[in-house]
Design a binder for this molecule. Structure first.
Ligand SMILES: *Cc1c(COP(=O)(O)O)cnc(C)c1O
Length: 252
């Protein structure tokens, strides 16, 4: 594939974005007394083209994330020759599970039992190693009471009280591996504007989970604006998009 005239420029932009984020992660680890290798950077490439994914891989990125299946499937196919792990972080419908598992080895957004059943069935069909599943926790649902999933603006995630049951269901599936927990800092409710407090609560939930499932030690938290707070709390994976690639034009 020949690179366009702007490829060198874009490569430099992405390299600078990565360097800034790397610096922030390193500082946050230092401040928290953690080793840099305890935190994995996942670059969220949604809304950006496959050519950016290619440049990122060339710059040393090993983990990328997407939140919409249609877009992700196309990009993953275009990047099939690259050594990358694909993470799915968006709300997932059961009828998209088969497609998602054709490229993703990590699903961060498991938030209901029906999805567990669908993921297990698709993972068995696919038959190449277990799929890593994270329980997405909606911290704002703690106060709101547990409405049906998707209620109130359609943000994903299970209420904290629902984590043990969902985790148990994942752990019972042969084709799935219970990897840990994920959250997005709430924009409303008691945690709004307090990502550090939200991430501390997620860590508490993670500790509870690990008592029953010691290997489920992934904690996926922190984005462009709050990765420092996530690392301070103990996140093992940060999901960073705009701070690396630039501010997205459309909401994604
Ligand atoms: C878009 C997205 C991110 C990255 O957000 P930025 O603010 O661009 O860093 C992280 N996690 C999820 C679930 C997302 O949808």
């Amino acid at each position: 594939m020949s690179e366009g005239p702007n490829a060198a420029e874009r490569r430099a932009e992405l390299a600078a974005g990565l360097a800034r984020v790397e610096e922030r992660i390193t500082r946050a680890c230092d401040a928290a007394g953690r080793e840099r290798r305890e935190v994995t950077l996942i670059v969220v490439t949604k809304t950006y083209p496959a050519s950016d994914v290619r440049l990122l891989a060339d710059l040393g990125v090993r983990h990328v994330a997407e939140n919409r299946d249609q877009e992700a499937a196309r990009k993953a196919a275009e990047c099939g020759d690259l050594r990358l792990d694909w993470h799915f972080v968006g709300q997932l419908q059961s009828n998209k599970v088969r497609s998602v598992l054709s490229y993703a080895d990590y699903v961060h957004s498991v938030d209901r039992l029906r999805l567990v059943t669908a993921l297990d069935a698709a993972a068995r069909r696919r038959g190449r190693g277990p799929v890593n599943c994270l329980v997405q926790v909606a911290l704002e649902k703690e106060e709101a009471g547990e409405g049906p999933p998707g209620e109130g603006g359609g943000r994903g995630g299970v209420a904290p009280g629902g984590v043990p049951e969902l985790a148990g269901a994942i752990a019972a599936c042969q084709a799935l591996r219970l990897a840990g927990v994920m959250t997005v800092a709430p924009l409303s409710g008691a945690y709004a504007g307090r990502p550090g407090v939200a991430f501390e609560r997620l860590m508490e939930i993670s500790r509870g989970l690990r008592q029953a499932h010691p290997a489920a030690n992934m904690v996926s938290a922190g984005m462009s604006t709050d990765l420092e707070q996530a690392i301070a709390a103990g996140a093992t994976h940060v999901r960073v998009g705009s701070a690396v690639l630039g501010v997205r034009e459309s909401l994604g």
